[in-house]
Design a binder for this molecule. Structure first.
Ligand code: PRX
Length: 662
């Protein structure tokens, strides 16, 4: 586990953000109150979460039991017998009360293209689309794939599914047609929602073309795509399949702007979201209606200290869990105004984020350490003359934030007056599980600090699984009690859910991350202990990249490891050997790189590809990735025991190949 650049021996140095004091009263008053609330959330979860669920959500039928099930059995359920609809909770109840309030501010790719959508308008759009989906024969429980750029219609699509009880699976529009096809096939979707093209950073992205490619190759009988509904975003010509493809605007024009709500049980699935694990194909993580919504809404309330009138800006893509929870469901469940950002942090120039904050008077701003590091590197001149005084809480997510980036974010963006929340969570946890609370938790740069309500983190010995009690311990991070927004299963593969999360350490949920608890009881996340690489906050599986490489006709074997990268956190180093009689040709490395882009998507492009004559293997033929990892991270002086290698001389050749003659 990487301990570099982390200094946990500091006292909590940023006691309380200035802007959280004064007239503003935080949702949790102080650390004593936090401790009391946390204790009751752990000791009497039925009371704590029962009250929270009644306070934050509207129910058509009240739940009778707050929770049942255990990590031992893997049969967790919350808010049993309760009935509700997520779309009603996020749209209708605010459209009824405050129809003119802005629900979505869309900051288009070009800064001057701003669209504002009120709750009243959102309800009509969602209803229309719900009726369109029904006309395409989509029923409760059916899966719908959303492969769309960052436009309000993508949010409308998610909410329309939720309204009629269809289960959406948003696929990040940076995924390739192969990846999209895998997901369509795995969930058996009959309907795909997309746009003619996307726009990002001044470039067009051929979303419809990718959807066509994906569908062309589908092979399973369960996944016959009957309809593709296409939103016209750029107006470019796109190929068209008659009867299957339908224009969004044509269908919407025919649809009635009211659609009745489908009542859902608390435990009915709300969505599937595919994510990479250490082995096998991506898993369809299943989140259910009530528990997920409680996690989303309560963390916006407490971690982002939401107050009426706030403008909440999460910079993630809706294709990832961060976008689901902190652009769509969390803010809208509280009736907030949420910002949907279509562009990149540097388009048209690196002042983009900050000008947007100024323009919309953003109060909560949430992004990833990679973006913070990149903008810091580009210099403070991009901040000059921009008024960031609307900000109150600034958040970070997706990867460990190094203290230098934290300090810059705090000083330059927060002006030392905002709460900086380093929020730790995962696709599987549904919502933030470890984070400071604004105005409450004294922070230490680089630490995600303390658990959210209902979360009981434990540090386990990775080998024995024994709980490491007390402070000043390092091991793997697990959670010892179920919480409402945790994933309930892996779609169509509950066995895999148990094997990945609940069986590695019986009685605990295993996060896959290493962590320490310091002398003050603060949690420091050390990064993944499995074969998952985190590049710019994007989660990638080494085995998926390896299998993409092996599909290339020249490649015999592939081994992928994560290297340290100052900007992206980690980067991909890929080692390949070639089949017998295949010569290394000019441009082969580039071809292999393209292969990964084609099979997974451009964000998975390896930073370095090495074509080598041999890989470090044990006598039984197992590739020792540990050695490759040490070499790419220049830790080759500390390779540990290499006596089990079939041919130890391979190590020197690899060191030479990766690091050169020095
Ligand atoms: O390794 C942890 C890292 O991101 C992983 C989860 O990735 P994903 O499911 O894609 O969700 C990302 C956004 C919630 C975790 O297992 N991670 C996430 N947040 C942090 C983090 N690592 C350190 N500090 C964080 N704040």
């Amino acid at each position: 586990m990487d301990k570099s650049s982390i200094n946990e021996d500091v006292d909590p140095v940023y006691p309380i953000a200035e802007r959280m004091l004064g007239d503003h009263k935080a949702n949790v008053e102080d650390i004593v109150k936090y401790e009391e609330m946390w204790e009751s959330s752990i000791n009497t979860p039925d009371i704590f979460f029962g009250d929270l669920a009644r306070e934050l959500l509207s129910w058509t039928k009240p739940f009778e039991r707050v929770q049942q099930g255990s990590f031992h059995e893997g049969d967790i359920a919350w808010f049993l017998e309760g009935e509700l609809n997520a779309c009603y909770n996020c749209v209708d109840r605010y459209a009824l009360e405050t129809p003119d309030k802005i629900a979505i501010i869309h900051e288009g790719d070009e800064p001057e293209n701003v669209r504002k959508i009120t709750y009243g308008e959102l309800l009509q759009e969602v209803c229309r689309l719900s009726n369109v989906l029904k006309s395409m024969d989509v029923h409760k429980g059916d899966k719908v794939i959303i492969y769309m750029p960052m436009i309000p219609e993508a949010v409308v699509a998610m909410l329309a599914c939720a309204r009629i009880g269809a289960v959406h699976s948003v696929v990040f529009a940076g995924f390739s047609s192969d990846s999209l096809r895998d997901r369509i096939e795995d969930c058996g979707a009959h309907v795909v929602l997309t746009s003619d093209e996307g726009r990002r950073g001044g470039k067009n992205i051929a979303t419809k073309l990718i959807v066509d490619e994906a569908i062309k190759g589908t092979t399973t009988t369960t996944s016959t795509v009957r309809h593709v509904l296409v939103y016209r975003r750029t107006g470019s010509d796109v190929p068209w399949t008659e009867n299957r493809d339908l224009w969004w605007h044509d269908e919407m024009a025919k649809a009635r702007p009211y659609c009745p709500l489908t009542t859902m049980s608390s435990e009915d699935p709300l969505f599937l979201l595919y994510t990479s694990g250490s082995t096998g194909t991506p898993k369809g993580i299943v989140h259910t209606t009530a528990g997920y919504l409680i996690g989303a809404a309560s963390t916006v309330k407490y971690v982002f200290d939401y107050q009426p009138g706030d403008i909440h800006a999460c910079m993630a893509d809706i294709g990832w869990i961060t976008g689901h929870t902190y652009i769509v469901y969390g803010p809208l469940a509280l009736g907030a105004t949420t910002v949907l950002f279509e562009s990149t942090p540097t388009y048209p120039d690196p002042s983009r984020f900050w000008k947007m904050v100024e323009k919309h008077k953003v109060t909560q701003f949430y992004t990833a350490p990679t973006a913070i590091r990149a903008l810091r590197r580009l210099g403070d001149k991009w901040l000059e003359g921009i008024d960031l005084s609307s900000l109150r809480v600034i958040g970070s997510v997706g990867e460990p934030i190094n203290p230098e980036a934290w300090e810059w974010y705090n000083a330059q963006i927060g002006k030392g007056e905002c709460a900086v929340v380093d929020t730790y969570w995962q696709t599987e946890t549904g919502s933030i599980i470890i984070s400071p609370l604004p105005g409450v938790t004294p922070t230490k740069p680089g630490s995600a600090t303390l658990p959210f309500f209902g979360i009981k983190p434990v540090i386990l010995d990775p080998q024995t699984g024994a709980e490491l009690e007390g402070n000043d311990v390092t091991g793997v991070l697990a959670i010892s009690q179920p919480w409402p927004s945790m994933a309930r299963t892996v779609y169509n593969n509950h066995h895999r859910y148990l094997e990945t999360y609940l069986n590695p350490y019986k009685g605990f949920y295993f996060t896959g991350d290493g962590a320490s608890r310091d002398k003050d009881g603060y949690i420091w996340i050390r990064g993944r202990v499995d074969d998952v690489i985190n590049v710019s906050g994007h989660r990638l599986s080494t085995s998926e990249i390896e299998s993409a490489l092996i599909h290339h006709e020249s490649v015999a074997e592939a081994a992928v490891v994560g290297g340290h990268d100052d900007l992206t956190g980690q980067c991909i180093h890929a080692f390949t050997t070639l089949k017998p009689n295949v010569e290394i040709s000019e441009g082969l490395e580039k071809e292999l790189s393209l292969q990964v882009r084609k099979v997974i998507g451009p964000f998975a492009t390896p930073k370095r590809i090495y074509v080598v004559s041999d890989l470090p293997k044990t006598r039984s033929g197992k590739i020792m990735r540990r050695i490759l990892r040490k070499i790419v991270n220049k830790e080759h002086d500390d390779l540990g025991d290499i006596s089990t290698l079939a041919d130890p001389s391979v190590v020197d050749t690899l060191i030479f190949k990766v690091l050169g003659p020095d």
